[in-house]
Design a protein around this ligand. Structure first.
Ligand code: ZN
Length: 282
């Protein structure tokens, strides 16, 4: 099942058509995607039996909003692909390095981001969305806690991210618009192997990041086991799972985002999100 949000209402997407969850369920299910994630198994069972006639909305990709607009918790993982750890000058970490993107930075898939002062960089990432309350999950059962996968950009202002000793990541990754997600949330059963997806970042049409998610040092099930060993995860929580090699601040010379750049972030089986940029607001 593919879940998206249009006009603040949850829809189930099939091809270029969508079914409004509230209308198609005759009001038995909520229109709010956060409420649906609280009863995700019921939504999936219902969505599997939807008739063709229910898909009566023609989807305008530009109208899609964040599939998970109000997560309680947003986890993000640093240095989770070996080539990216190497380009950043680190050996692969023995424990996941965890920070947050504060939820105020989250947006939908197609946006224009005002560049704050500093050096703004790109990080295409797979985002796992939690679909049930999860505490002390075992790795073997962790996929059962995943409502779906979506595409995210962990936009990062490197000056504020790296200033101070030790550096603290979260603020520099939480400027307005720094957490675009979407275009849809795709349930794990839609993939042949949800742990092995092609992930690509393109800047002005040129591939700058490219890998497969199976390269992760800590794959999705291990991240869920390790995070939930410490604290409960809630329906709708997001995990930004880290970025492959090819970020701008490790290029020679470094390359940061400028007004008029176009950034595409794409994951096999999910789709792509697109950001444009403008100069900072005065
Ligand atoms: Zn990241």
């Amino acid at each position: 099942m593919r879940l998206a949000v249009i006009d603040g209402r949850a829809v189930v997407v099939r091809g270029d058509r969508a079914a409004d969850v509230g209308w198609a369920s005759r009001g038995r299910l909520s229109t709010d995607p956060m409420a649906l994630l609280e009863q995700w198994q019921r939504v999936r069972d219902w969505g599997g039996e939807l008739s063709d006639e229910a898909y009566d909305i023609s989807v305008d990709p530009e109208a899609l909003q964040a599939p998970v607009p109000r997560p309680r918790q947003v986890f993000a993982i640093a240095l989770n692909y070996p080539p990216h750890a190497a380009e950043a000058g680190y050996t692969p970490p023995a424990e996941p390095l965890v920070f947050t993107k504060f939820p105020a930075c989250l947006t939908g898939p197609h946006t224009t981001v005002a560049l704050p002062p500093g050096k703004v960089d790109w990080e295409v990432e797979l985002v796992a969305v939690i679909g049930r309350e999860t505490y002390r999950a075992s790795e073997d059962h962790a996929w059962e806690s995943v409502a779906g996968l979506t595409v995210g950009q962990d936009l990062s202002e490197r000056v504020s991210q790296l200033q101070g000793k030790p550096a603290q990541f979260s603020l520099g990754k939480s400027f307005p618009g720094f957490g675009p997600t979407g275009p849809v949330l795709v349930t794990p059963d839609e993939f042949e192997d949800p742990g092995d997806l092609e992930i690509t970042g393109l800047l002005n049409g040129r591939v700058v990041q490219h890998d497969r998610t199976k390269s992760m040092i800590f794959p999705v099930p291990e991240l869920i086991a390790r995070l939930s060993a410490v604290l409960p995860l809630f329906p709708g929580d997001l995990i930004f799972t880290g970025t492959p090699a090819g970020v701008g601040n490790r290029m020679d010379p470094p390359r940061y985002l400028t007004p008029d750049d176009e950034l595409l972030s794409r994951i096999e089986g999910i789709g792509e999100i697109r950001q444009h940029f403008t100069a900072a607001h005065p």
